[in-house]
Design a protein around this ligand. Structure first.
Ligand code: MLT
Ligand code: MN
Ligand code: ZN
Length: 294
């Protein structure tokens, strides 16, 4: 199984267009590596690919990824796109994929209902883009030899569908993790996750690789930095640090990678003490273009 991180960042990326925080300024000045928004590409045979989450940066991400360059006129070796929730950073890139490319679009029925309700996604020609609803906990093939099983993880509805009250640990079709399987190897991709119940930590520990939600380092990070008013958990993201955080709770499998890293997170800076701490604990922090072969 070959995995390419197309975008290691969370929504907004690094630098975020309207952010003058220390990390975004450093990325603009070239002192930190930029991160585009949350997406990865996966292949079992190295020839045909699935994309997991279609970020607003997908045009530049594809241009920067030779494995996903066209093999003929209007022909990309792309078989499918799977989205793990309806968040803008995971679905807006679908609009870029409207230009006469055939692929299957996988999502839960609940996420498909959100896309179906928005006429702008009608730009995806139904003769070419087949919308396929995935049932939870049921295996499907994303590309030749590449299996995927989606499963509910604690999360919430997309920000733009939030009502008066928001349940942030909803276990439903709105936020899913993906178990990828190929050649007897299993990788879990969980870019958004609000909590780590024991069953989920155990499931993760049994995989060969986990790509996990590394959005924020601490629960009040956005508030303390003057960048927002919500806690990490309120945004549907379990913080990395703290006794309940993913760093303390996930000590297996051996291969653990943080993805969906927000621009406020000290993990943006490889020289930060926090980055040294996660490396010492056996984690890697994803970067754009990072490749993993299982
Ligand atoms: C998130 O991951 O929390 C979302 O991408 C936030 C957003 O929609 O901007
Ligand atoms: Mn996001
Ligand atoms: Zn910033």
């Amino acid at each position: 199984m070959r995995i390419i991180i197309l975008g290691a960042g969370a929504g907004g990326g690094l630098p975020q267009w309207n952010c003058g925080c220390v990390h975004c300024n450093a990325a603009r000045a070239g002192r930190l590596d930029a991160m585009s928004q949350s997406s990865l590409a996966v292949s079992a045979d190295g020839e045909t690919w699935a994309i997991l989450n279609a970020s607003p940066d997908i045009r530049a991400q594809l241009a920067a990824t030779p494995a996903l360059h066209p093999t003929g006129p209007r022909t990309l070796p792309l078989r499918s796109v799977l989205v793990t929730n309806g968040d803008i950073d995971h679905v807006a890139g679908l609009l870029t994929l409207r230009e006469s490319q055939a692929f299957d679009l996988f999502a839960t029925a609940a996420i498909h209902a959100v896309l179906d309700a928005n006429p702008v996604f009608g730009a995806l020609n139904p003769d070419l883009v087949t919308r396929r609803a995935l049932a939870l906990d049921r295996a499907a093939d994303l590309a030749p030899g590449l299996g995927a099983t989606i499963f509910a993880v604690p999360g919430k509805v997309p920000l733009y569908l939030e009502g008066e009250t928001v349940q942030t640990d909803l276990l439903a079709e709105t936020t899913v993790g993906v178990e990828l399987s190929a050649n007897g190897r299993r990788a879990l991709y969980i870019p958004g996750c609000a909590d780590l119940p024991d069953w989920l930590a155990q499931r993760i520990a049994g995989a060969d690789l986990v790509l996990f939600d590394g959005t924020l380092w601490s629960d009040d990070e956005m508030i303390r930095a003057g960048l927002g008013t919500k806690t990490s958990r309120r945004m549907g993201h379990l913080p990395v640090s703290g006794p309940e955080g993913s760093l303390a709770r996930l000590t297996a499998p051996a291969r653990r990678v943080y993805v969906h890293v927000n621009n406020s997170n000290p993990l943006c800076d490889p020289a930060s003490p926090e980055s040294a701490q996660v490396r010492a604990a056996g984690w890697q922090v994803a970067h754009d273009g990072m490749e993993i072969t299982l």
